[in-house]
Design a protein around this ligand. Structure first.
Ligand code: TYD
Length: 132
């Protein structure tokens, strides 16, 4: 599987503006059980630094921009999110780090399950060990 999997959303647009529809098991490839969003980030304070054992997520930068480093334990790649028309699939066992937040960045994330701290791998060495 690719490290960077972007989902381009259809946009219903007219002179009044644009509308994007996100639906579980349609353009979002799982049942959406939880939505959270990050805002008020500082450009020089990165976040993330974890992987999930089972959770699937799609992150959409609905305002502003940020960068996300994706790491599968073998390869690393950075993607810039700067469009409300585009979602990044964060698969299970993908280490991710978010950084370089613009002013006004709002990062919305849809998740396949409820919050569960035991699903997190927050130690990079443990992540590399689990990948093997
Ligand atoms: P965390 O996922 O570590 O944030 P980030 O990856 O953006 O750096 O979450 C930060 C804190 O918020 C942590 O204490 C767990 C808590 N949290 C919840 O309680 N529920 C949630 O759905 C999420 C995503 C986090």
């Amino acid at each position: 599987m690719n490290l960077i999997n972007l989902i381009e959303f259809d946009v219903i647009g007219d002179e009044r503006g644009n509308l994007v529809v996100l639906e579980g098991n349609k353009n979002i490839p799982f049942d959406i059980k939880r939505i959270y969003y990050l805002y008020g980030m500082k450009n020089d304070l990165p976040r993330g630094f974890h992987a999930h054992k089972k959770l699937l997520q799609v992150a959409v930068c609905i305002s502003g921009s940020c960068k996300i480093l994706m790491d599968n334990g073998v390869n690393k790649e950075v993607v810039k999110l700067n469009s409300p028309k585009c979602g990044l699939l964060i698969d299970k066992m993908q280490w991710h780090e978010m950084f370089d937040f613009s002013d006004g960045c709002i990062l919305m994330v849809m998740a396949s399950d409820y919050y569960d701290e035991s699903d997190y791998i927050r130690d990079y060495k443990a992540f590399l060990g689990d990948i093997k």
